[in-house]
Design a protein around this ligand. Sequence first.
Ligand code: NAP
Length: 348
Amino acid sequence: MKRNLIIIGSGPAAWTAAIYAARANLAPLLFEGAISAENQAKNTLPMGQLALTSEVENFPGFPAGDLSEYLKSAIDPDRLSYLPPHSKEGVSGPELVELMRQQAINFGTEIISEDVVQLNAEARPFALVASDEETYEAHAVIIATGASANWLGLPSEEKFKNRGVSACAVCDGALPRFRNHPVAVVGGGDSALEDANYLTQFASEVLLIHRRDEFRASKIMVDRTLRNEKIKPFYSYVVKEVLGDDSAGVVGVKLESVKDGSETILDVSGLFVLIGHTPNTAFLDGVVDLDEKKYVRWVQPGRTFTSVPGIFAAGDCADSIYRQANTAAATGCMAALDAEHWLRENMD
Ligand code: NAP
């Protein structure tokens, strides 16, 4: 069956696009991704990066408060049972994205729990092959596949994710476990240095670990960082192990000098891994224009058009700068409105 619109993704951009498209009577079909070992290893399981964060304190409309009864009334009990226990401090990332999913369903979004592995942008309608090997057709497509934070790849890092190890300072930096304690940041780019500065609002001290003796970040950012008395750089070190235990979470990191192999232990309550992101666009190479870092290129300022008319992009797969749930939701809304308008102009 030919669809008006297929949406690929299951983070805030995808669900917001689905809510708008469903309410515009486009009967969207949404591929939320498959639960597979491969996706688990790549951190690309359904529901995106929000599903990997703890409390979300900066999404408007969710101030701190006990949402237990609301969650029970809004979300399917089966799905609710898979969520981590409600913290009563406000909304968690998994809760927030689950609420978005439910809202999209309420307006008639159809969901398939598979990945899209191929998109034929030359066919009309567009042809999409899913991981179930079925082919689906649509007159318009919204790509909202997100991006995945790069990780160091240490088993101890994996063990303490959400218990002191984070890839998002803006999301997690103000949490109580980091307040008035030393924290470590690894990375030497603008993200690491900007977020190291951001974290000094909360942490007693920020220990900035970089694998070379010169930061990659812009000069202005380096100067600001070196002037900040709460930031202590550790040049030419790599993180060898995250130290911690089951009750306390992270209590330190073990570093190794790349110069002489010597080891140093830092006592910290958290490690922020800020070593770049990879957009989830591997299946789009040669299909729509990607930039040099493989983000989908928006071809007109202020719009969500890609290089292929009828294919739109929203959220972190096209945004290497802001990467927030709020901005993803906003561009998801824009993509649905752009798609609706394009369908009206181009289809009978
Ligand atoms: P990035 O520029 O690619 O920097 C990544 C950093 O992580 C590099 O310093 C790199 O080290 C380090 N790194 C990579 N893999 C590592 C590993 N396995 N172990 C240890 N360190 C590792 O990424 P980004 O900082 O996220 O920035 C992405 C883009 O957004 C950049 O163009 C940046 O300018 C831009 N941005 C701009 C702003 C701003 O203007 N306010 C803020 C944030 C980001 P090496 O240097 O040794 O390669």
